[in-house]
Structure formats: C-alpha cells, structure tokens
Write a protein that binds this ligand. Structure first.
Ligand code: NDP
Length: 265
C-alpha cells in the first residue's frame, strides 16, 4: 500500500516540499505520496496525523513547537532545541526530529575556512541552527533588533546584541540573515551602515530566504562576497527528512540528484 506523507503549516500553498519528495519517490520507485495540509490550530497536529493515516510529515511555520509537544519520542537534538520539523510514525508512536539545523550546517560547510558567524535575527530558525553550529565548533554571535528573543541565546552561552548594543568594529567570516526581512519587502535585516562595515571584513553571506535575491544578498555581491540563498538549506533538510521517512533505504547523494529537480520549476 502507498504510504502517505504531508507538510503541516499555515500557509503551505507556497511549499516546495511536496514536489521535492514526490520527485524522489517517483524516481526511486518508492511507493509514497506527499501532500500539503493547511493546519490552523497547531494543537490538533497529533489528532490530524492519526486521523489522516499518514506515515510521516514535515512541519513548517508556525507549528514547530507544537510538533515538538505532539511527539512520543524525540531525537536528542530536537529535544535540545525544542523544535521539530519532521515526524515519522513507527508502531503507533510519533518520533520527532529537527532537520532544519543539520540542513543549514551542510549548506554552510560548502563554504570553507569559516570560524566566526554573525546571525542577524533570533527567531525559531536561528535558535536551532545556532546550536548545531556551536556544537560543530563555529563561534556564533546573535544580533537582533529587540532584546526579548535574545534570552534563549544568552542562556545557551552565545554573545548577543540588540542594534543599540552592537559594536561595528566586530568582524565575522560569515554573515547570515535569519529574519524574514527582504522576503516580502526590500528591507535589510539590520541597519545598512553595519553591513557596510561588516562586508569588507567578511568572507561569505547566506540568506535563509529562498527564491529571490534579497537586498542583503545584493549588497554582499557588491562587495564580491560569495553568497547562497536558502535553497540549499531547504534542499538538505528535505533530503535528511526523506532518509527518516524511508528509514534510510537511500543515500544522501542519491536523493539529492532527484530532489534538486524541484528547484528548476
Ligand atoms: P521567526 O518569526 O521565528 O523570527 C523572526 C526574527 O526575525 C526575529 O528575530 C525578528 O526580530 C526578526 N525580524 C523580522 N522582521 C524583521 C525586520 N524587518 N527587520 C529586522 N528583524 C526582523 O522566523 P523564523 O525563524 O521561523 O524564520 C526566519 C526566516 O527563515 C524566514 O524568512 C523563513 O522563511 C526562513 N526559513 C528558511 C528555511 C529554509 O529551508 N531555507 C527553513 C526555515 C525558515 P524581533 O525579535 O525583533 O521581532
């Protein structure tokens, strides 16, 4: 019987995940079908999962914390960061994983000689990715426009700054936009004068937003810095999720070959 998978979120209409996974199922001859499900009330996630009879799901904004609560068993890293974006059902139990963070780690590992990283933004994505980077030996500082979300990072031992506190003489190898600034507007994630001081000293720039060249990426290019948008992160988190969905019947490179075709459309 064909296994059913879905992405839960709100909104979900824009998501590339169904295409990424269905292309891979088809090419690898795996009997699976991946749909999308707009879920308004995150507290209903567990009920919906069983009601729909699905084998696995990805969870996107704004339900990653509810997904964490919905699981019976949590992977060690998901437990550490408090956010789940991949759930697999085994023996009527829900197993939760976080593949966003290892996906981001894989994306940045393709840039060499990075030691110091500045995250612009302190939301859910910054929370999980900062921890995976720190565990991998990177030094990550966090710069956010307001102070409230910085508490999480301070408790975990990161150096944090609000815009008012930041020292523009700092230097970093990699600058990362972890906010939604630039997604539906032409805003920078922090005052542009900071970026004009940081880019001459930086080696690389990544924006987690995908499918458009944000003002941050345009500015990085003006300084001839190699850049990436969020497509690789999206691709790699999807490949890792696919490994969990299919119980690692296929290897990373094999899945990548098929899944990356979703980015042509
Ligand atoms: P959250 O809503 O959890 O966090 C938003 C953060 O951005 C906060 O720190 C907020 O600051 C800051 N922010 C928002 N707007 C602005 C602005 N105009 N100027 C400065 N700071 C701003 O978001 P997520 O962490 O869930 O997502 C962040 C981004 O990551 C999104 O663009 C999302 O699409 C992308 N993403 C990409 C993925 C991929 O695979 N490529 C995967 C997951 C997410 P404050 O605290 O002051 O409000």
């Amino acid at each position: 019987m064909r296994e059913l998978f879905t992405i839960f979120g709100n909104p979900v209409s824009h998501s590339k995940s169904p295409l990424m996974h269905n292309l891979s199922f088809q090419a690898l001859g795996y009997s699976g079908c991946y749909t999308r499900y707009k879920l308004e009330d995150g507290s209903q996630l567990r009920n919906k999962f069983f009601e729909l009879g699905i084998t696995g799901a990805n969870i996107t904004v704004p339900h990653k914390e509810e997904a964490f609560k919905a699981c019976d068993v949590l992977d060690e890293f998901a437990q550490k960061v408090g956010a789940v974006n991949t759930i697999v059902k085994k023996d009527d139990k829900l197993y939760g994983y976080n593949t966003d963070a290892p996906g981001f780690l894989k994306a940045i590992s393709e840039f060499k000689d990075i030691k110091t990283v500045l995250f612009l933004g302190a939301g859910g994505t910054a929370q999980s990715t900062s921890v995976v980077l720190k565990d991998a030996g990177y030094e990550v500082d966090i710069l956010n426009r307001s102070s409230k979300r910085l508490e999480y990072f301070q408790q975990k031992g990161f150096t944090t700054y609000t815009f008012e506190e930041f020292n523009i003489n700092n230097s970093y190898d990699l600058i990362v936009n972890m906010t939604s600034a630039g997604l539906e507007d032409e805003n920078y994630p922090c005052p542009v004068i900071y970026l004009e001081k940081l880019f001459p000293k930086a080696k690389f720039c990544i924006d987690v937003i995908y499918g458009k060249e944000t003002p941050l990426l345009k500015l990085a290019k003006k300084y001839n810095r190699p850049t990436k948008d969020g497509s690789d992160m999206l691709l790699y988190q999807g490949i890792i999720a696919f490994e969990y969905f299919t119980n690692q019947k296929f290897n990373f490179e094999e899945i990548k070959q098929h899944m990356q075709k979703a980015f042509i459309f």
